[in-house]
Design a protein around this ligand. Structure first.
Ligand code: HEM
Length: 351
């Protein structure tokens, strides 16, 4: 990754990226000058520290509402589906950071993001052999249906937000929401490649897709033929960088398969793309631009959830041990959702 980053920094053109992500005009799947321009907007404005910090009240509000839900559940002493609740929390935080309000079609968007992950993962015949695209008709139709629905949801949110008076979109610190940042970039008129409304919807879709879950592998394209570990990799080859495997390589990790969070205690392994054995956010040019927003959400939510509740596994699972099988999808989420029984430990804050 250190020496071949530039060569492997394009994404392959897939039916998923072309059909669902507005002809690859989002940040994840785009390339070249257009991608560099979006990346600059993300780093300096859209996902910068100041804007991420400005969403702190949204995060607090949503975290508190989730804590209250867990509190109500704790009164029954019955297991709750922890995965679903936390995924909704993240989605609500993203929606309100993006559009000010939770999406009107929040549940549906949530479902569609899951579908994109499922339909988009794995290879269709036409991915490596575009000339065989006629054999992949069913999958393409499914992707087209997904796109139409995503577009309707994005359209509605974007139009609603655009109609909102400016004063309502500004908060005390004068920072707008994610959509405002993109609209401002569009209207400033100093971009090499002007942004269209579809481009903005594509980036907003990235926010929900890339921000809603974590990835453990990433797909890149070899631009120029090169030599890797003695193999010749022809240009145009798809490369899958398996971050999951790197993080379990016994060459770099003691007790590689053991869950030992204390191994990170003294901060010896960096997670910001400098230590290749641990790349939750990737590394190099294509590294995740949402790292600040992602970390703020995870750190704050986890701290409150652990402070206020004790978490216990249901007895029957405690005996068998946790099922860590991975589900099918672009994101290696667990196959069986995690059920836990919360018990209040510290009274909830009122903020
Ligand atoms: C804990 C949360 C997150 C994790 C673990 C994560 C992880 C990743 C990973 C592994 C990649 C691929 C890097 C590569 O190809 O080398 C990526 C890319 C990306 N992430 Fe994240 N991400 C998170 C949160 C977010 C959030 C909150 C956003 C946006 C609001 C976001 C937006 C993106 C985008 C747009 C890309 C593509 C960047 C490009 O290709 O230039 N991510 N992320």
């Amino acid at each position: 990754m250190k020496t071949q980053d530039a060569n492997f920094s394009s994404r392959p053109l897939l039916p998923l990226s072309n059909i669902v992500f507005y002809g690859c005009t989002d940040l994840f799947f785009s390339d070249g000058v257009y991608w560099r321009q979006l990346r600059r907007i993300c780093n300096t404005d859209l996902l910068c520290k100041k804007r991420v910090n400005s969403f702190a009240p949204i995060r607090q509000d949503e975290i508190l509402s989730t804590l209250r839900e867990f509190y109500r559940d704790s009164l029954d002493r019955r297991p709750v589906n922890f995965c679903v609740k936390v995924a909704k929390l993240v989605n609500n935080i993203l929606s309100r950071s993006a559009f000010k309000e939770r999406c009107k079609n929040q549940e549906r968007l949530f479902e569609i993001i899951k579908q994109i992950s499922q339909v988009g993962s794995g290879f269709g015949l036409s991915d490596p052999f575009p000339s065989l695209s006629w054999m992949d008709v069913k999958r393409r139709r499914k992707l087209e249906t997904i796109h139409r629905e995503v577009d309707m949801i994005m359209d509605e949110e974007v139009n609603e937000h655009r109609k909102m008076p400016k004063e309502q979109k500004m908060r005390d610190d004068e920072m707008g929401y994610l959509l405002d940042a993109l609209m401002e970039a569009k209207e400033r008129g100093d971009l090499d490649i002007p942004l269209t409304l579809d481009n903005i919807k594509a980036v907003m879709l990235d926010v929900f897709f890339a921000g809603s879950d974590t990835s453990s592998a990433t797909l890149e394209l070899c631009k120029d033929t090169c030599e890797l570990l003695g193999y010749t990799i022809p240009s145009g080859t798809y490369a899958i960088i398996n971050y999951w495997a790197l993080a379990r390589d016994p060459q770099y990790w003691t007790d590689a398969e053991e869950f030992k969070p204390e191994r990170f205690e003294h901060g010896s392994v960096d997670f910001r793309g400098n230590n290749f054995e641990f790349l939750p956010f990737g590394a190099g040019r294509r590294m995740c631009p949402g790292i600040l927003l992602g970390m703020a959400t995870i750190e704050e939510a986890l701290a409150y959830l652990l402070l206020h509740f004790d978490w216990r596994l249901p007895d029957e699972i405690g005996e068998k041990g946790l099922d860590m099988t991975e589900g099918f999808g672009a994101i290696s989420a667990r196959k069986e959702p995690l059920h836990l029984i919360p018990t209040l430990r510290v009274p909830l804050p009122s903020f």
